[in-house]
Design a protein around this ligand. Structure first.
Ligand code: GLU
Length: 292
């Protein structure tokens, strides 16, 4: 298959752990199995959450696992000018608007309409600033969802047909925060297009963002990649593995053990021997792997 470009896009909020390695390995294997190019993008837009040096640790962990990008990595912190252009074009098309609402103002407006926010759920924006900015504080920029298709459909290679009603399930979402930082949604869509990504392979916890990203791609006139969301590794409390529920940084001293654990999550058999042999065996098995 020609033209395949895949990517792994870690946020440098800490070292790779058993969960993030699954996404890295899956995107690498899918790329190699399709004869494509594999890129790495460091998603460091949310600067307060970034840990200095975590980017280099992640790249060293990937290298220890034989997962080496085919081009120099891209850092999102160097891409602000492009995000500004994308936002300006959405504003010009009247698809983005400024919003001065605080989180508590949004919660209060929703509560007044009898809408409770589920635990860990979306804070659906009630549209307060949609037809004019309220408040005098610094404003965020939001993407209009009213103009999106009533039910946004997209196809996942593992999960099948997915749908989301952006307007009622998400609401107008933030593109640029009031502190000036661009959000994951805008940066991801802009950079996947800039890097020519044809296939997105990432953890299932991110699947819920895809409808927003498809809407942004359509609004910006960008092509839509194909999507594959991989099974999650769960922590002690049954939720997605994270530093908070027991994730340990991947041990660069034992890359094959770490890779075998990630491969098992992907339904791939245990390998012995060198890292290179293991990657070759899994690449050969990948396209026939029924669980994906
Ligand atoms: N940076 C995101 C994360 O580490 C992943 C983004 C993506 O793959 O789209 O969770």
């Amino acid at each position: 298959m020609g033209g395949y470009i895949g990517r792994f896009a870690p946020s440098p909020t800490g070292a790779l752990h058993a969960g993030s390695l699954v996404a890295a390995l899956a995107s690498w294997l899918d790329t190699r199995a399709h004869g494509g190019r594999w890129l790495v993008r460091i998603e460091d837009t949310d600067t307060p959450r970034c840990v200095p040096g975590a980017d280099e640790i992640i790249l060293a962990q990937l290298a220890a696992c034989g997962l080496v990008p085919d081009e120099a990595p891209l850092w999102q912190s160097e891409r602000t000018a492009w995000y500004e252009q994308a936002l300006a074009s959405l504003v010009a098309a009247e698809l983005a608007y400024p919003c001065g609402c605080s989180r508590s103002a949004i919660d209060a407006a929703n509560a007044a309409r009898g809408i409770a926010r589920p635990r860990n759920g979306e804070r659906v924006y009630p549209g307060t600033c949609r037809s004019g900015l309220h408040g005098a504080g610094p404003s965020a920029w939001r993407m209009r969802t009213q103009a999106a298709p009533a039910l946004l459909h997209w196809q996942d290679r593992r999960l099948g047909e997915q749908t989301q009603d952006l307007h009622t399930q998400v609401g107008d979402f933030v593109l640029r925060r009031a502190d000036g930082l661009f959000t994951y949604q805008l940066a991801e869509v802009e950079d996947d297009a800039a890097q020519g990504i044809s296939h997105v392979v990432r953890g299932e916890d991110l699947a819920d963002n895809t409808a927003r990203q498809r809407w942004l791609q359509d609004a910006l006139g960008l092509p839509a990649p194909q999507y594959l969301h991989t099974p999650l590794v769960r922590g002690r409390n049954g939720e997605k593995l994270s530093k908070q529920n027991g994730a340990h940084p991947m041990d660069t001293g034992h890359p094959l053990a770490a890779l075998n654990a990630a491969a098992a999550v992907l339904g791939l058999p245990k390998q012995v021997g060198t890292v290179g042999d293991a990657l070759a065996a899994w690449t050969a098995a990948w396209l026939w792997n029924q669980s994906l």
